[in-house]
Design a protein around this ligand. Structure first.
Ligand code: CA
Length: 247
């Protein structure tokens, strides 16, 4: 239940994990840093807590009884109400595939078990800072930040993209990629630049993640994804938003 009046400034973190010792380890370390922590041991409880408590960040294990972490992640990221809530995925499987899969589902970060609690705390801080920046940015943004290229309109303050008068369903990551490219028309942005800018990873060099997101994005904004009108591939380097003067 949402109570009226003063809202706590202390961020609330939801830990979704069925291994109680990991829940305790994370709770202990996050509380030590001054965060409030709630926990769910399964997917359904997690979704219920998200609705009722509106956590500021979610740490989500993949292997859960019932609905697994990736499904939960996809569900939350596709709901405008929760799409902006950072999600850090936890998994026992350290496979690249799992990692990319987690990011495709819209997760903001990924940690393989076993992890150090200190590292988790550091990543939580990073994600909360990023979220605060984005929120601040969108609050400060106004109509003049709107970008229009041909039939495409990007409205950063609403995280909204309109193509031919129709609103598109983009994931937050797809939006950020498109916005970043469109803000730099005609400039070649390397995959590493996009990774660092959008995901903020310095330790992760899965450039395929960028390609996968661009592919999804093109399906949504390009009439013919094989002959892109907006986002060009610069072979072996990265991507470029077509200069509006030549669009
Ligand atoms: Ca588990």
């Amino acid at each position: 239940m949402q109570t009226k009046g003063v809202r706590f400034k202390v961020p609330l973190i939801l830990v979704v994990e069925d291994e109680i010792n990991i829940v305790e380890l994370l709770s202990f370390n996050l509380q030590k840093e001054g965060y409030r922590v709630i926990a769910a041991l399964d997917g359904n409880t997690a979704l219920k807590l998200v609705r009722e408590e509106k956590p500021d960040l979610i740490i989500l294990d993949i292997m859960l009884p019932g609905m697994d972490g990736l499904e939960i992640c996809r569900f939350l990221k596709s709901d405008p109400e929760t799409a902006m809530t950072p999600i850090i995925i936890l998994s026992a499987k350290g496979e690249v595939l799992e990692r990319v899969l987690g990011l495709e589902m819209g997760a903001d970060d990924y940690m393989a078990k076993p992890f150090s609690p200190r590292e988790v705390v550091a990543r939580v801080k990073t994600q909360l800072r990023k979220k605060a920046q984005l929120t601040g940015m969108s609050a400060a943004a106004s109509e003049k930040d709107e970008i229009r290229v041909n039939q495409l309109v990007i409205r950063p303050e609403k995280y909204e993209v309109v193509l031919n008068g129709e609103k598109l369903e983009l994931t937050p990551k797809e939006f950020e990629i498109l916005h970043f490219l469109a803000k730099n028309p005609g400039r070649v942005l390397t995959r590493d630049m996009l990774l660092e800018r959008i995901w903020g990873y310095e330790y992760m060099r899965e450039t395929r993640t960028v390609d996968v997101h661009i592919r999804y994005l093109r399906r949504k904004i390009e009439k013919d994804p094989a002959r892109p009108k907006y986002i060009e591939t610069v072979r072996g380097v990265g991507y470029r938003f077509k200069d509006r003067n030549h669009g």
